[in-house]
Structures are given as structure tokens and as C-alpha cells.
Design a protein around this ligand. Structure first.
Ligand code: NAD
Length: 513
């Protein structure tokens, strides 16, 4: 690993062999048992992090709650200025952080850099937003009255994130929450604890150098039990949770039980519809990148390709052919397209899915399998696979977080393809490949895709910061990142002001005293 500059990157990011956050200045307290982080790239131990105990958590939440009281008083553009300085640090540390993301999570170095770029982009967005955060004004029905609404900071925001975007998802939430005047407590994935430590080191340094109160960026470390400390805590008005639908259902119930707010970003089961009018070359590029990029571990990964029977054989041959060109190996080596899965459990899930699709009557077009031998010692490298299947197969209905692509055939009208596309419990990302304007518009219409993201002539995976990101149905309904997603991090207040000498009551009610 050292040949790829990992040791230098860790050093630059202040990540050590053993990391604990017991010093106050780091806004991170952890004194519990150690979590070891092994790289899926080469199976080696990268470092350890101690977990947050209940007592540690109390210190964190107290610091965050106190810090919030001061932070909310700072004018939003001044909060934006601190986020801008944080962004300067991200730009400076883009390469080491991108490298650590790649090494700890297993995505390609290019994708690791891309993830840090997303952090940079959302910070830019947030800085501009810090001069907006606007409410509306309305006309009052009463003479001499003014009515308007304003958005105030919400409080302490709890962020729970998944392993597959170990740094970007945190920043999508924090950059907005910070300019909105909130304090954030982050529980990253226990599978990628060192990237969390690296981010917290940057944030804590920038906040303290710029005179921000303690506790605006806090980190807690550990598994779901540490996450639960926040989900059941009334001092945390909003929980933003990214991960599996299974996790989302548990978190949603816990937080709803105390009438807290949730922002849920859960699993997807994304499809591309390929109509007879599709550009086949672009379809293949979009589908292959969507299915095998990040080793199929994006929430927006392409899982289903719904192809019209007239072009089915042509698309099938082209995709199978493209899969022969895929290079699998160390993601830090830029010659490879696909890195490892996150761990051996993920490998098992991948193998189960391939067994299951055959059991249900599917036909394997591109064989899967676990790679062995030199360079594959971690046991996490698998071959991207393709199976012909039916949408109603149980395994097709399920999100398998691995590079398994299901080829589904449709005949007749586009309506049949849309029915298949919408015929799953998840509703995150969707796409249509067509040069036919009528088809494209029908796909985007009220009777079209039911997903939070619907694209024309680009694939399902990846999204830009400027739009709101999220999905419907079992994907959880939350929206984060661009557009007006910031509103969830604030509380809305409607204000009516009477500037007359009278006190007229609403609806013309008379109340003579
Ligand atoms: P996961 O659900 O196993 O874990 C996600 C996070 O939730 C972790 O930090 C985990 O510790 C925490 N957690 C789990 N149970 C919890 C509980 N009961 N209370 C509190 N916290 C709990 O998911 P994963 O394997 O890390 O990530 C993969 C999943 O995430 C996929 O389903 C993927 O689609 C989804 N995902 C969705 C989006 C999106 O924006 N929609 C983005 C990235 C990943």
C-alpha cells in the first residue's frame, strides 16, 4: 500500500494507528473498545479507533447543545465564511483524503477524489446559501398588519451515514446544517471509521482556528448502538440517516416515537429503460458504469436494465462484450475499473444473489465469482455479473449491494417498461435511453417514473449538488443537498405584526370587553 502513498496520506490527515478523541478541542470523546479498520484493498489493518461510550456521548451532546446556543447568534453569512475556510482545507487535502477514501472503502482513486469534490461543491453551495435562507412574505387580511415567515436554526442535528460514501454524505448534511446555524453530531459507518476521524480533524481545526464555539462539529464512533444514543435522544431534533431500508425503518420508528424529525436516504433498486429509439453506444456506457462503478455499491447503482424486445439482442451482446473489457484490481491503481467489495459479508450477499437468481429461473449471461491469488488476498474482489431475469423474482425485488445486473425484457408500449421500472418497493433513481421526445416526456410525466431522480439519456448513478437528492417509497422520502433541501435543517416560524392602534381579530371576530 505504501507505494500508493497511503502512509503519507494518513500522516497528512492526522490519522494514527490508534485514534481516540478524548481531548476536548477535537469535539470528539471516545474511550470505549477499539474498532479496527481493515482495508478491503489488501486486507491490512489501517488503524484503530476507540468507540464512544454512554459517558462520552453525554459529553458530546452537552458540548454540542451549548455550542449551538452561541453559533446560532452568529449571522448566517459569517457562518458561511467559516464553511468557506473549511472548504479551503478540503481543496488543500483533496488528494490525501481521496486516497484514504479509496483505501478504506475500496472505490477507485478517481471516485475517491470525486467524492471529495462533492464535499467541495456542497460547501460552495452552502456559502452562497448563507446569504439567503429566505422565507416568504404574505398579505395579511387585517389592515395595518404585516405577515411573513422566517427560518431559524433548529438545534443539534444527528447524522448517521453509510460506508459507501464515507465522507460526502456527512458534508451534504453538515455544510447546509452549519450555515443554517445548527451543531452536528456525526456517527459515520463502523466500516470506515478512519475517514470520519480525518474529516473531524479538519473540521475541528478550522472551527477552533476561526473562533467558532466548541461542539459545532462533533464525532461519535461505533456501531448501531452508538447511533441509537442519538435516535432516542430528545435533545436531537433531527436525525439524518443514510443506509439500508432495514436501518431506516428502525430509526424512523425510534425518532417518530419522540416526535422528532427524520431525513431518510435509504436503499435503491434503480433501472434504466432502453427503448427501440435508444442510442445503443451511450446506453452501454451508462449501464456498465452504473452497474459496476464503485463495485455496484452506490445507492444509485444500476441494478435493472429494462430493454425492448426489438433491441434486446443487440443491447445484450454489446453489454456482455463490454464486461469482457473490465479490469478488476487495486482501486488505487488507475488502470483498474473495479475495486473490491467492502468486506466478506458483502461477498457472501453477492454470491447468495447469484445462486438465488438461478434458483428462481434466471439465466447467467456473465459469470460471477470471487477472485483469488496475487493482488486479491483480501478476498473481497468479485467479478461483475449479468443475469437475465424477471422483475417479479424475489431477488430482483431486493437491493443486493454488489455488481449484479439484471436484464429484463419488455414488449409493446413504453407503459409496460414503466410498470416494470416502478414495480419495486424502492424509488431512488431511474433513467430512460431514447431519442424519441414523446417517450422521454411520458417517462417524466405524472404517469412516468415514480422515483426521486428521473434522467433522460444519462444513467442512474451519480448526481449533481445543485439538485435535491433522495427517493420515494422504501428509499425513505428524504431530500438532501441542493434546491431547497436546507429547509429541513431549520425551524419555520410565521410572524404577524400589528402596526396600528387597534387590535382587529382574525376572521372578523368581535370580542367586546
Ligand atoms: P447500514 O444500514 O448497514 O448502516 C448505515 C448506518 O446506520 C451505519 O452507520 C450504521 O451503524 C447505522 N445503523 C444501523 N442500524 C442502526 C440503528 N438501529 N440505529 C442507529 N443507527 C444504525 O448500511 P450500509 O451497509 O453502511 O450502506 C449501504 C446501504 O446504504 C444501501 O442500502 C444503500 O442503498 C444505502 N445508501 C443510500 C443512500 C441514499 O442517499 N439513498 C446513500 C448511500 C447509501
Amino acid at each position: 500500500a505504501s507505494s500508493f502513498g497511503i502512509e503519507e496520506a494518513l500522516k497528512e490527515l492526522g490519522v494514527n494507528e490508534t485514534n481516540n478523541g478524548t481531548s476536548t478541542g477535537k469535539n470528539w470523546f471516545s474511550s470505549g473498545e477499539e474498532i479496527a479498520s481493515y482495508s478491503p484493498v489488501d486486507g491490512k489493518l489501517i488503524g484503530k479507533v476507540s468507540a464512544t461510550t454512554k459517558e462520552d456521548y453525554e459529553k458530546v451532546i452537552t458540548t454540542a447543545t451549548e455550542g449551538f446556543k452561541e453559533w446560532r447568534q452568529l449571522p448566517a453569512p459569517q457562518r458561511g465564511e467559516i464553511v468557506r475556510k473549511f472548504n479551503d482545507e478540503l481543496r488543500r487535502l483533496k488528494e490525501p483524503l481521496g486516497k484514504l477514501v479509496s483505501y478504506e472503502m475500496g472505490k477507485s482513486y478517481q471516485e475517491g477524489l470525486g467524492e471529495v469534490q462533492e464535499m467541495i461543491d456542497i460547501c460552495d453551495f452552502a456559502v452562497g446559501l448563507s446569504r439567503q435562507l429566505h422565507g416568504l412574505t404574505m398579505h395579511s387580511e387585517r389592515p395595518g398588519h404585516r405577515m411573513y415567515e422566517q427560518y431559524h436554526p433548529l438545534g443539534v442535528v444527528g447524522i448517521i451515514s453509510a460506508f459507501n460514501f464515507p465522507v460526502a454524505v456527512w458534508s451534504w448534511n453538515t455544510a447546509l446544517a452549519w450555515v443554517c446555524g445548527d451543531a452536528c453530531i456525526w456517527k459515520g459507518s463502523e466500516k470506515t471509521p478512519l475517514t470520519s476521524v480525518a474529516c473531524q480533524n479538519i473540521a475541528a481545526r478550522v472551527f477552533s482556528e476561526n473562533g467558532a464555539p466548541e461542539g459545532i462539529s462533533c464525532l461519535i464512533t461505533g456501531d448501531y448502538t452508538v447511533g441509537e444514543m442519538m435516535t432516542k435522544d430528545e435533545r436531537v431534533p433531527l436525525i439524518s440517516a443514510t443506509g439500508s431500508t432495514r436501518m431506516g425503518k428502525i430509526v424512523a420508528k425510534k425518532v417518530a416515537g419522540r416526535l422528532g424529525k427524520t431525513l431518510l436516504e435509504l436503499g435503491g433498486n434503480n433501472a434504466i429503460i432502453v427503448t427501440p429509439d435508444a442510442d445503443i453506444k451511450n446506453t452501454v456506457i451508462g449501464a456498465v458504469f452504473g452497474a459496476v462503478g464503485t463495485c455496484g455499491q452506490r445507492c444509485t447503482s444500476t441494478r435493472r436494465l429494462i430493454v425492448h424486445e426489438d433491441v434486446y439482442d443487440k443491447v445484450k451482446d454489446a453489454i456482455v462484450d463490454a464486461y469482457q473489457q473490465i479490469k478488476i484490481g487495486n482501486p488505487l491503481d488507475e488502470n483498474n475499473h473495479v475495486g473490491p467489495l467492502i468486506d466478506k459479508d458483502a461477498v457472501k450477499n453477492y454470491q447468495n444473489a447469484l445462486d438465488k437468481v438461478v434458483e428462481e429461473g434466471g439465466n447467467i449471461l456473465v459469470e460471477g465469482g470471487v477472485l483469488e491469488g496475487e493482488g486479491y488476498e483480501s478476498g473481497c474482489y468479485v467479478k461483475p455479473a449479468i443475469a437475465e431475469a424477471k422483475n417479479e423474482f424475489e431477488i430482483v425485488q431486493h437491493e443486493t449491494f454488489a455488481p449484479v445486473l439484471y436484464l429484463l425484457k419488455y414488449s409493446g408500449d413504453l407503459e409496460n417498461a414503466i410498470e416494470i421500472q416502478n414495480g419495486v418497493r424502492q424509488g431512488l433513481s431511474s433513467a430512460i435511453m431514447t431519442n424519441n421526445l414523446r417517450e422521454a416526456e411520458r417517462f417524466l410525466s405524472v404517469a412516468g417514473s415514480d422515483c426521486g431522480i428521473a434522467n433522460v439519456n444519462i444513467g442512474t448513478s451519480g448526481a449533481e449538488i445543485g439538485g435535491a437528492f433522495g427517493g420515494e417509497k422504501e428509499t425513505g422520502g428524504g431530500r438532501e443537498s441542493g434546491s431547497d433541501a436546507w429547509k429541513i435543517y431549520m425551524r419555520r416560524q410565521t410572524n404577524t405584526i400589528n402596526y396600528t392602534t387597534e387590535l382587529p381579530l382574525a376572521q372578523g371576530i368581535k370580542f367586546d370587553l
